[in-house]
Ligand binder design. Sequence first.
Ligand SMILES: Nc1ncnc2c1ncn2[C@@H]1O[C@H](COP(=O)(O)OP(=O)(O)OP(=O)(O)O)[C@@H](O)[C@H]1O
Length: 239
Amino acid sequence: MLQIVNFSKTYKGGKRAVDGLSLEVNSGDIFGFIGHNGAGKTTTIRAIAGVLNFEEGDILIDGVSIKRDPVYCKKVTAYIPDNPDLYEHLSGIAYLNFIGDIYEVEKSDRRHLIEKYADAFELTSNLGDSISSYSHGMKQKLAIISALIHSPKLLVLDEPFVGLDPKAAHTLKGIMAQMCKNGSAIFFSTHVLEVAEKLCNRIGIIKNGKLVAYGPTQEVTGDSSLEDVFMELVETKQP
Ligand SMILES: Nc1ncnc2c1ncn2[C@@H]1O[C@H](COP(=O)(O)OP(=O)(O)OP(=O)(O)O)[C@@H](O)[C@H]1O
C-alpha cells in the first residue's frame, strides 16, 4: 500500500533530514516509525501526505507515485498531523461535512460514520460548537474523525497519542486495529515505545535520517524490549 523508494530530503540551507530511506507498508500492517527528536519522522510523514515536495526518490501509494498522480494518492490517504490546523470558525459538524464533501463521502454513509466515530470519541455533544472553543484534545479527536469518515486505504498519523486522554487513546488503538483487519494500512510515528511494541506488527527506527532497523516487530526486538533495542541503536555512535 505504501512504498518509499530511496527517499531523501534536503531542506533549503543544506540540512539533509532524510537520507536514502526505503520501506514498505502493506495492506493490513500497522507500521510504527520511531526515532529521536529531529531524526526525520515528520519530514517523511509530510512527504507521504503530499504536503512536502521532494526531488530525490519516490513514494508510491496503492502502487501510484505521488509525483505522477498526487490527487489519487491524496484521495486514498488520510493524514493527521501532530498539531492539526482546523478551520476554527466552523462548528465541528460543519468541518466534518466539509471534509465529507471534499472526499465525496455519500451522505448516508457520512451520517452513519460521523455518529459512530463521534460517539466513540465522546464528541457528539460538542459537534455543534465552534472549533475555536475546543480544547487541544478535542481538536485532535475531530481531526481523527475527519480522517476516518472517508475510509482511507492508508492512514498516516504523526504522534497520534500525544494530547489524547487514556480513553480516547484506547479507542483510537481499537479503531486502528479494526481498520487493518479490514485491509487498510497504517503508518504512524511515536515516541511511546510500549505502544509501538504492542500495536505494531512492523516497525522502523530512523536515526539521523537513515533507517537503522526495520521489519516485523518481533524480529527487530528479538529477546529484548523495543526500548532496549532503541536505546542501543540511538546511542551507538556512527562511524
Ligand atoms: N523546514 C525546515 N527547514 C530546515 N530544516 C528543517 C525543517 N524542518 C525540519 N528540519 C530539520 O530536519 C531534521 C528532521 O526534522 P523532523 O521534523 O523530520 O524530525 P522528527 O523526527 O519529526 O523530530 P521530532 O521527534 O522532534 O518531531 C531536523 O534536524 C530539523 O531541524
